[in-house]
Design a protein around this ligand. Structure first.
Ligand code: IPE
Length: 270
């Protein structure tokens, strides 16, 4: 059964200015913090991305999602930059009346497998007045090998274990675009062939500074989540009321793209 829970990812393109190294988008962060503060009726778990913090240093130190023995100094710097961004986000939440609690990705995952007991604890916390916050990070996999774990993948881990009633990716576009020229939003997607068919304009986008896969990764993870029967909403996080709409009204009445639970054979868009 689906749990009354909103799992929300604040993309790095929302919480930072992706083209300016190490710069947080304070207005966007406090916009979302105010939304979270107003949503009293539903437990919330937050995940945030790295944007121009984690991605910037990961590129500088040649670090990727592939487990490897990366430069030790680089590992510390990437992790520190994510903690710095998390501090800005947490500070804004507290200022706006939210009670956040940071849980590092490293403590949720062992050998790349999510720890159910820890993720269940996040839900218990969310039910009792705390908003657990975690984020994409560099994590130790095994034997001195590390990898960059995207917040998008954390969304899939948490969704599989907690089966939330609302799963939302807040990004810096209106949703998934049909093509990049007209930027016409696709409202609903059902199907598994979406990326292979090359149908989506921005879902194929990946910039060299997006070491975890950009919009494409988000869509891939959204498809994995939806395959478990949970529809995923992609909304413009720079317009915080879109997040409110998605949480309050769900896929029937929101602005953005919903990825419906998929069937193996068919694909459908509208
Ligand atoms: C990236 O997390 C974390 C690091 C680069 C350390 P995400 O993959 O979730 O970040 P965004 O949302 O794409 O910026």
């Amino acid at each position: 059964m689906r749990r009354k829970l909103a799992l929300i990812k604040m993309g790095g393109s929302v919480v930072t200015f992706k083209d300016r190294p190490l710069s947080a988008n304070n207005a966007a962060i406090s916009g979302i913090a105010r939304v979270i503060s107003s949503l009293k009726e539903i437990p919330i778990i937050l995940v945030h991305g790295g944007g121009s913090f984690g991605h910037y240093w990961s590129v500088r130190y040649g670090m990727h999602t592939k487990p490897a023995r990366y430069d030790a100094h680089g590992i510390s710097i990437v992790h520190q930059s994510m903690i710095a961004l998390n501090q800005i986000i947490i500070g804004s939440m507290i200022k706006n009346g939210v009670n956040p609690y940071t849980v590092c990705a490293m403590s949720l995952i062992n050998h790349n497998i999510p720890l159910k007991v820890k993720i269940d604890q996040m839900y218990a916390m969310a039910r009792t007045g705390i908003v657990p916050v975690t984020f994409g990070d560099v994590i130790h996999i095994s034997d001195g090998k590390y990898s960059i774990l995207s917040g998008d993948v954390i969304m899939t881990f948490i969704s599989k274990i907690l089966n939330p009633s609302k799963v939302i990716f807040a990004v810096n576009t209106e949703g998934i675009y049909r093509n990049m020229e007209e930027k016409q939003t696709i409202h609903e997607v059902t199907g598994s062939k979406v990326i292979d068919a090359g149908l989506f304009g921005n879902a194929r986008e990946q910039t060299p500074t997006d070491i975890t896969g950009g919009m494409r990764r988000k869509v891939e993870e959204a498809l994995k989540i939806s395959s478990k029967g949970v529809e995923v909403m992609i909304v413009n996080g720079l317009k915080p009321e879109r997040v409110t709409q998605a949480v309050q009204f769900g896929p029937e009445n929101f602005e953005g793209t919903v990825i419906r639970a998929r069937s193996r054979r068919s694909g459908r868009m509208r």
